[in-house]
Design a protein around this ligand. Structure first.
Ligand code: SF4
Ligand SMILES: [Zn+2]
Ligand SMILES: [Zn+2]
Length: 324
């Protein structure tokens, strides 16, 4: 097959648009979508200047999504003094998995001459995810602990590094899965929160002062295309799955969506187009102002309890009787 744009050999067929694309036209098309999303979401603020740049912390895990995001952001803003990029990598303490993906992050940051920070659960909380999964004091899936610890680090370091925004590599499949899960859970407040936390453009959201606002510039790019981009560009991405991965429900939704997509190309795009409009309406009518958050007695993080969830879980893993 020939590329529909330039006539050279095509390497991919995008069923939802009908296009066959060669390597060059394919990578251009991915980059164009990411830049358009950044523009449409207003991620670069009008008041950013070379003297007072907007600082973006990128959650860089070493997986294909965050590696592709980092590379495209670097190429787009390398010559733009209004934007400062910092890669932030978290080592959870998962043997045989995270060491290799951290290597991928270090290699990429070196190649791109990107400022890069590495933070470990061990240093921050005195725990390793392998031990947490083994001990499991709360009888939960490993990801339930890991998600709380990761969020705590991302928020705290984004703040410490002076971040104006936190950018993550969620792709179209991730977002369509979350959208469908939120629908199926039947909780419009959750949908409203999703909009304000990370989904809508910056002009349409109501962001909370206590949290660094998030953006997901890859959210129009299907997962398979992110993987192909990483391959074509020869990026140092790590692809092994975490041995503790346990989001069974998300896995079911993922299978369902892939089946729908293959029978009805374009399903993910249409889910997101409708969901974003609904989420905005839900946010407009359901947001009840800024949550009144206090400070955690132990670490000072914003929380609606005496002790935040992270401190509670760290104490539970340490075998102390946690304070509720
Ligand atoms: S799959 Fe779960 S346990 Fe593994 S790194 Fe991700 S959140 Fe943590
Ligand atoms: Zn072409
Ligand atoms: Zn705390």
């Amino acid at each position: 097959m020939d590329c529909d744009k330039c006539g050279t050999d095509a390497v991919t067929h995008l069923a939802y648009s009908g296009l066959h694309l060669c390597e060059g036209c394919f990578t251009q098309s991915v980059e164009k979508r990411v830049r358009k999303r950044i523009r449409e979401d207003g991620v670069v603020p009008d008041d950013a200047t070379p003297e007072d740049p907007d600082t973006w912390v990128i959650g860089l895990s070493g997986g294909k999504d965050s590696v592709v995001l980092t590379k495209i952001l670097h190429d787009t803003f390398e010559q733009d003094p209004r934007i400062e990029l910092i890669g932030l990598t978290i080592h959870e303490g998962i043997e045989g998995y995270r060491d290799e993906s951290v290597d991928a992050c270090v290699e990429l940051a070196d190649d791109l001459e990107l400022r890069h920070e590495l933070v470990t659960y061990e240093e921050e909380f005195g725990v390793q995810m392998d031990d947490v999964a083994e001990e499991d004091p709360e009888g939960m899936a490993p990801c339930a602990y890991c998600g709380v610890f990761r969020r705590d680090i991302l928020e705290r370091y984004a703040d410490e590094l002076g971040a104006d925004k936190l950018l993550t590599g969620h792709n179209l499949d991730d977002e369509a899965q979350t959208a469908l899960m939120n629908f199926l859970e039947g909780n419009p407040r959750q949908i409203a929160k999703h909009f304000d936390a990370s989904l809508g453009g910056f002009d349409d959201r109501e962001t909370q002062e206590t949290f660094v606002p998030r953006a997901k510039p890859l959210r129009d790019v299907p997962e398979k295309e992110v993987a192909l981009y990483a391959h074509v560009e020869n990026l140092p991405a790590h692809i092994t799955e975490c041995p503790h991965a346990s989001e069974a429900y998300r896995g079911e939704i993922q299978e369902l969506l892939l089946k729908l997509e293959s029978n009805h190309p374009g399903t993910r795009h249409s889910i997101m187009a409708g969901y974003e409009q609904l989420a905005e309406s839900a946010a407009d009518s359901l947001r009840d102002g800024v949550d009144d958050l206090g400070e955690c007695d132990r670490c000072g993080a914003p929380t609606d309890r005496d002790v935040c969830r992270k401190c509670y879980l760290v104490e539970a893993v340490d075998g102390e009787v946690p304070a509720r």
